[in-house]
Design a binder for this molecule. Structure first.
Ligand code: SDX
Length: 428
């Protein structure tokens, strides 16, 4: 293939360089398009055909169902790694040595207290507030209590902001859940591992010792790893474009939490459980919901199915489906919802509407079943997604800043009124 693209517009022809990635993806570099064509731009709602950046963090191939973080296959990381070392690899580029990992964890532990005034902000929220809205607010509020986190001109400054948010975010997650359940707040335990501490923050009861269940700890490690990053998805693109204005890391992350909350994105894991419970309440009538999903006049979508990029099985869904069987079996949980999910999956995989549109189960289809078995409330499922995606957002924000990328500012094609003049009120 030549290394240029030719564009013919009317009598004019233009040439643009091609960019090729390490996995042989090819893009047309149109940085000079508007200048050389005297104003012509491209348009691509939803950016289905548009790359926003060159990135070295995550590679995925939607046709082949491949997902790798920093070149490491997701299947190997889910099987062999723990969440903290995967977070290190996503953010800094390679799996850490033991010394690097120990120092990273020690630096995180050093900042694991959250200012008591943040607790007062939390207490001002109604108990029924959705945890994602609370989390987005508290994450942005953290800037006020860590003003130095805004200075991220140097790698050292960035590192200080990164370890602070990795330390405090799990506390906010634990607080958000406990607030919604009317439980006292706690601050974790420094002697615990990173994921053990998350479980402790969420589930420690004031009147008894917390007994760590290795099955649950391993399941959470795997789930958080599987949510770690996913290249330029909706919430990550939001973090990158917010961060491109040089607002601080915490405020950028807060925008990502809000974007993830949507039911078409991370909010789908909660919507899947609610859909499965509705089908269960309906006597398990999956055919009715399949018909609704196919009906163009019905806004209902089969939640947990379909994906902007994967036109094959989401590799994460395969791993989570297997883990769901194992975790529920190990915990001795017989959840009829799992049976309904599997029935729905089989029906969809044989339904022409879904087959023609290449709609397969995505990461959200089975994850909620495991969270539920772990005792996590349904409205906390997307918070768990955010907890997993935190290192990915941080890595993408850091890459954007280190690459000194320009402020994000897309163009548009105006289709409104042409010039017209003001009319006095009594003449309208
Ligand atoms: C995540 O991007 C990422 O990487 C995201 C994510 C990550 O890790 O960050 O992977 C996490 O967000 C996973 C997706 C979770 N969302 C859901 O499960 C919600 C249900 N799925 C859909 O809403 C939808 O599939 C999207 C939003 C995920 C993708 O939408 P697209 O790429 O914009 O596709 P589309 O809406 O243009 O759909 C194409 C066709 C349409 O039908 P036609 O107009 O061609 O007749 O497929 C249909 C859609 O109506 N369709 C569905 C469907 N998903 C797509 N029909 C019924 N049920 C569905 N779930």
């Amino acid at each position: 293939m030549s290394d240029i693209a030719k564009l013919q517009i009317g009598d004019n022809s233009y040439e643009f360089p091609l960019v090729k990635g390490t996995e042989n993806e090819v893009a047309i570099d149109i940085k000079k398009l508007r200048v050389v064509t005297n104003g012509i731009i491209t348009i691509d709602p939803g950016f289905k055909n548009t790359g926003s950046c060159e990135s070295a963090i995550t590679f995925l191939d939607g046709e082949k169902g491949i997902l790798r973080y920093r070149g490491y296959p997701i299947e190997e990381l889910a099987e062999k790694a723990d969440f903290l070392e995967v977070s290190y690899a996503l953010i800094f580029g390679n799996l850490p040595t033991k010394q690097e990992l120990d120092k990273f964890h020690a630096d995180i532990k050093e900042h694991s207290l959250v200012d008591d005034d943040v607790r007062k902000i939390l207490e001002a929220f109604p108990k029924a507030a959705h945890p994602m809205g609370v989390l987005a607010s508290l994450t942005s509020a953290l800037t006020a209590f860590n003003p130095s986190s805004v200075n991220t001109a140097s790698k050292e400054d960035m590192y200080h902001a990164i370890v602070r948010i990795l330390a405090k975010f799990p506390v906010l997650v634990g607080w958000t859940m406990r607030k919604s359940k009317g439980l006292h707040l706690n601050y974790g335990k420094k002697s615990l591992g990173y994921v053990e501490n998350i479980l402790y923050l969420m589930f420690k009861q004031p009147n008894e010792e917390y007994v760590m269940n290795p099955i649950i700890k391993d399941a959470l490690d795997k789930l958080l790893i599987l949510h770690g990053d996913h290249e330029q998805n909706c919430s990550t693109s939001t973090v990158r474009i917010a961060g491109s204005s040089h607002v601080g890391l915490f405020a950028s992350l807060s925008t990502g939490i809000s974007a993830l909350w949507g039911p078409l994105h991370g909010g789908a894991n909660q919507a899947v459980l609610e859909m499965l419970e509705a089908i269960q309440a309906d006597g398990g009538d999956t055919k009715k919901y399949m018909a609704k999903a196919k009906d163009k006049n019905d806004p209902f979508r089969l939640m947990g199915f379909g994906h902007r990029v994967y036109k094959n099985f989401d590799p994460r869904a395969k791993i989570i489906k297997k883990a769901a069987d194992e975790v529920l079996n190990d915990l001795g949980v017989d959840d009829p919802i799992l049976k309904i999910a599997k029935g729905l999956e089989q029906e969809a995989l044989n339904e022409p509407y879904f087959v023609e549109r290449k709609l397969y189960p995505n990461v959200d289809f089975y994850s909620g079943i495991i969270y539920r078995a772990m005792g996590i409330p349904t409205d906390m499922f997307t918070v768990m997604f955010a907890l997993g995606r935190l290192p990915g957002w941080i890595a993408q924000w850091r890459e954007m800043r280190l690459n000194k990328e320009p402020i994000g500012r897309p163009r548009q094609i105006y289709i409104g009124e042409t010039e017209r003049h003001f009319v006095e009120l009594d003449k309208r």
